[in-house]
Write a protein that binds this ligand. Structure first.
Ligand SMILES: Nc1ncnc2c1ncn2[C@@H]1O[C@H](COP(=O)(O)OP(=O)(O)OP(=O)(O)O)[C@@H](O)[C@H]1O
Ligand SMILES: [Mg+2]
Length: 264
């Protein structure tokens, strides 16, 4: 697409030289569940994303990494209808969803957990989870129980105010609230941010399990190496544009990617 590096075909071919060479073709060959093509978006008149292509297949686990200010969060917010859409297409299950507002997007089966301000601090844990199902006529008790089974500490703390929980527990509330609608695609913006180091692995394990249960994941992470190690595919985004895409392991093994984006 942006042709600023060697064209290496469509497969994650191991290269002869040290490490693999990451792809610069950013699309999947097969039909993707989320299919972004030539996306331009930003905030008001300010354009941040230029010609972004990104795919997430059904059940896939995809990570976006890149420097601060690269536009990673802007991609997620744009999928969820929270930015100024300018050009290009976003399809979900074959339906055009670009410039669709969040209250309609959640009906499509997409859930979004923003990085910050993602719980109602004055509400109890259970009230927060119930809020996740506000578009339904009643709270689905089986979903609530499924969330409690996934995050047992939340069952214990169900009556506590979310604002009094630890960072890790608040992150669980935010994820649990989004899971109340059993989304097909979960957008996670830096789920490990602000967590104590010994809780980061636990959070990644929980995300693995959500993915293993069939939910596709599109995740932004500062903890890039760990995210790439766990995901199916990764995207490196720089200055609002695609730079590399490949299997997480291939990106991890690419000399250029390591040097420029993963701290060597
Ligand atoms: N609400 C906003 N209004 C105007 N500009 C914004 C807004 N939010 C983000 N930006 C700008 O858009 C650019 C991309 O921001 P974005 O938050 O998408 O980057 P990011 O890759 O998620 O960075 P980080 O790793 O720091 O979270 C930055 O220059 C940022 O200042
Ligand atoms: Mg961000």
């Amino acid at each position: 697409m942006n042709g600023d590096s060697a064209d290496v075909g469509t497969d994650a071919d191991p290269n002869e030289s040290a490490g693999a060479t990451a792809r610069t073709d950013h699309t999947l060959d097969d039909e993707a569940m989320l299919r972004i093509r030539g996306l331009d978006a930003g905030y008001g008149d300010l354009q941040i994303l230029t010609d972004v292509d990104l795919d997430v297949a059904d059940g896939e686990y995809v990570t976006i990494v890149g420097p601060n200010g690269a536009g990673k969060s802007t991609v997620m917010k744009t999928v969820f209808g929270l930015t100024t859409y300018m050009d290009g297409t976003i399809e979900f299950d074959g339906e055009a969803i670009e410039a669709t507002p969040p209250e309609e997007i959640i009906h499509e089966g997409i859930g979004f957990v923003p990085q910050t301000d993602n719980v109602f601090p004055g509400l109890s844990v259970e009230e927060n989870l119930e809020m996740g199902a506000y578009i339904l006529d009643s709270v689905p008790q089986d979903r609530l129980e499924a969330v409690y089974d996934r995050f047992p500490i939340l069952r214990e703390r169900r009556d506590q105010k979310a604002g009094n929980l630890s960072g890790g527990q608040r992150q669980m509330v935010a994820m649990g609230r989004t899971l109340m609608l059993d989304p097909d695609l979960l957008l996670l913006d830096e789920p490990s941010a602000g967590l104590a180091p010994d809780l980061v692995d636990d959070m990644f394990d929980r995300i693995d399990r959500i993915n293993e249960s069939g939910t596709a994941i599109l995740m932004v992470e500062q903890n890039a190496k760990e995210a790439l190690r766990r995901c199916d595919r990764g995207y490196v985004l720089v200055d609002g544009e695609n730079r590399y895409t490949d299997r997480g392991e291939t990106l991890l093994g690419d000399e250029q990617v390591r040097q420029d984006f993963l701290g060597g």
